[in-house]
Design a protein around this ligand. Structure first.
Ligand SMILES: *[C@@H]1O[C@H](CO)[C@@H](O)[C@H](O)[C@H]1NC(C)=O
Length: 414
């Protein structure tokens, strides 16, 4: 009887898992989504008030947020933020906008706060509840490990702003990260109908060269094996391109060595001297991206991009750091004034809103032509509305249905 029961249970389990794992056909059904950035990992430019309210200029990321405040104070602010910044109502609005996916950044400290590290945890139950909300509203989730021990890029969005990222320098950091990937794959094994993609690491600093890239390649291969161990027919494994050109990844994790792997590439024209392009040049460059994307061997999802064409949003380059656009960023040369380029949508001119709409279309049209999906950064911001999908809907530069284009000929048509 015992063996009969377990056989029966095993059969039922297999049936229910295989039904669930078939939920989202990546590569065949197009992804239109938004990042839920600044929710379970703080980013100063998304919620400047949380940082300014501390009254402490040294608080520039989630690490220092916990380090330089009384723990009870920091925890109560974080808890209130987790409870209110994103709720089920956001999932409902996202689905109504014709989107089918959310990418949710989360830091390693939600899973395993390290000894002697100041981080405050408590994010994980929110991620778990988000799977319920996603199911209720027909949305898919990419769980995106946005912060790894030691920081994989030194950006404040990794939890820790550092001039020199440390993740790759110490195998113990990588081992801890792999253990978290196992935890994620295990925790969400029953939720594959919504948690249909896992991204083992966001934005590793591949531009630092081979010392980083060799660690990233090995980590990606290991993560793939660890995820498939837990989920044999499970989540898509989404690999950030580590800022490398398509040819760098040629043949990497392609079938038959790996199945259901896709590349995440991030598309911005503002974090270097490209910020100096005219509006027409930005739009044209977006239209021309098809030729790059089509060179990837793997499916490509543009996991971050924005209709913003300046870096004017306050704290975008870090709290207390200026913008390249107006020359207030160290070493930059002014292109123009940030006046009117960031803030709330009610302060934007009609011309500016028209440009945001055109640039949004140039990018989505290009992505729809040459990739398997796009995920805008980000759904919501306190004040930098040029980045906010929700504000774009409200003020009209983003169409009410995500598959619609107001300027279908912006890239010349086909
Ligand atoms: C998750 O959802 C349950 C059921 O609605 C609720 O009781 C619980 O407080 C939620 N957890 C968090 C962390 O919000």
């Amino acid at each position: 009887m015992v063996s009969f029961n377990s056989l029966l249970a095993g059969t039922l389990l297999t049936v229910s898992l295989s039904l669930r794992s078939a939920a989202f056909p990546y590569g065949h059904q197009f992804v239109r989504g938004v990042n839920l950035a600044g929710w379970l990992v703080l980013e100063p430019w998304i919620t400047p008030s949380l940082f300014e309210n501390t009254g402490n200029d040294q608080i520039v990321d989630e690490w220092t947020f916990a380090q330089y405040q009384d723990t009870d104070t920091a925890l109560s602010v974080l808890k209130n933020h987790w409870d209110t910044f994103i709720t089920e109502d956001d999932f409902s609005q996202i689905a109504k906008a014709g989107l089918n996916l959310v990418r949710i950044p989360i830091g390693y400290w939600a899973f395993e706060p390290g000894q002697g590290e100041p981080y405050i945890d408590g994010q994980l139950p929110y991620l778990q509840n988000a799977t319920v909300w996603a199911r209720n509203h027909g949305l898919q989730i990419i769980i995106d490990l946005h912060g790894a021990p030691g920081s994989q890029n030194g950006y404040d969005s990794s939890g820790q702003r550092l001039s020199s990222p440390q993740w790759h320098t110490n195998q113990a950091n990588v081992d801890r990260t792999e253990a978290i990937i196992v935890q994620i794959a295990e925790l969400f094994v029953g939720d594959q109908d919504v948690v249909s993609a896992i991204e083992p690491l966001n934005d590793p600093a591949g531009y630092m060269g081979e010392e980083v890239l060799k660690v990233v390649r090995q980590y990606y291969q290991n993560s793939y094996g660890l995820i498939r161990n837990e989920q044999p027919n499970g989540a898509l494994v989404l690999l950030h391109d580590a800022f490398q050109e398509p040819h760098y990844w040629s043949g990497f994790e392609t079938p038959p060595q790996a199945e259901d792997v896709a590349m995440d590439t991030h598309s911005y024209q503002i974090f270097n001297d490209q910020v100096g392009r005219t509006f027409e040049q930005h739009t044209q460059a977006a239209c021309e991206l098809s030729s790059t994307f089509s060179q990837f061997n793997l499916w490509v999802i543009v996991g971050e991009w924005t209709p913003a064409y300046t870096d004017c949003a306050k704290y975008l380059n870090g709290r207390g750091i200026g913008a390249r656009y107006d020359g207030s960023y160290p070493g930059s040369t002014s292109v123009g004034s940030c006046e009117g380029m960031t803030g709330t949508g009610d302060t934007f001119s009609q011309d500016y809103k028209t440009n945001l709409a055109k640039y949004w279309d140039a990018q989505t049209i290009t992505f729809e032509k040459s990739t398997k999906g796009w995920v805008q950064r980000t759904w919501k911001t306190e004040s930098a509305h040029e980045w906010s999908y929700q504000a774009g809907l409200q003020y009209g530069w983003i169409p009410p249905d995500a598959s619609h284009h107001n300027y279908p000929q912006i890239c010349g048509g086909t």
